[in-house]
Ligand binder design. Sequence first.
Ligand SMILES: Nc1nc2c(ncn2[C@@H]2O[C@H](COP(=O)(O)OP(=O)(O)O)[C@@H](O)[C@H]2O)c(=O)[nH]1
Ligand SMILES: [Mg+2]
Length: 181
Amino acid sequence: MSGGLKILVSGTAGAGKSTAVRAISEIVPVNTDVRNTDPRLAKELTTAGLDYGELTLDNGSKLHLYGTPGQERFDFMWRVLSRGALGVILLMDNRRPAPMQDLDIYLNAFTRAKEHTPCVVAVGHMDAQALPDLEAYASHLQQRGVLCPVVATDVRDAAQVAGLIDLLLLQIDACAQEHTP
Ligand SMILES: Nc1nc2c(ncn2[C@@H]2O[C@H](COP(=O)(O)OP(=O)(O)O)[C@@H](O)[C@H]2O)c(=O)[nH]1
Ligand SMILES: [Mg+2]
C-alpha cells in the first residue's frame, strides 16, 4: 500500500475490534456495524462490522488500521482485507466457550504456513474470565509452531492498544530484517 502501513485487527464479534480502532484512531473511524431498530427482533446489533482508522507514527508514517468483520461467514472479506497487510493483531475474547478453537480459525486465516507472519495475540475480557491464561495461549501457539507474542489487553484503554501496535511493529521490523539478505 502506498504511503503507509496496513495492519489488521481481527477476532470474534464482541472481542473489541471496533473499540480498539476507536481508541487510537486520529480520524473519526469508519464503522459499518448495523444497529437493529426493529423491536420484534431480539438481536440488538448486527455486527457486519468493518472498521477503519488511521494513526500517524512518531516517524511520520501513516498506519492504516482495519478491523475485520468477526463472523466466519465473512471470511471472503478476510482475504480481501489481508492483501497488502503487514501484520495482524488477533484479539481473543476469553469469555468464549473455546478460545483456542477461535485462535486456530484466525491463525489459519491470517498466518501463512511455513512463514513467519507478523502477529500479536491480544487476550481480552480476562477481567471477566481469567482462564485460559496467557501460558495456555503461549503453549498452544508453540505447539502450532507459531512465533507470536501473547499479551493480556483491555482495548478500552487506549494506552494498551498503542502498546499492541508497538509490539506488532516490532514483529514487522524483525520479520523484515529476517528477509533481508
Ligand atoms: N470488561 C471488559 N470489557 C471489554 C474488554 N474489551 C472490550 N470490552 C468491551 O466489549 C465490547 C466490545 O465491543 P466491540 O468493540 O464492538 O467488539 P467487536 O465486535 O470486536 O468490534 C465493548 O463494549 C467494550 O467496551 C475487556 O477486556 N473487559
Ligand atoms: Mg465491531
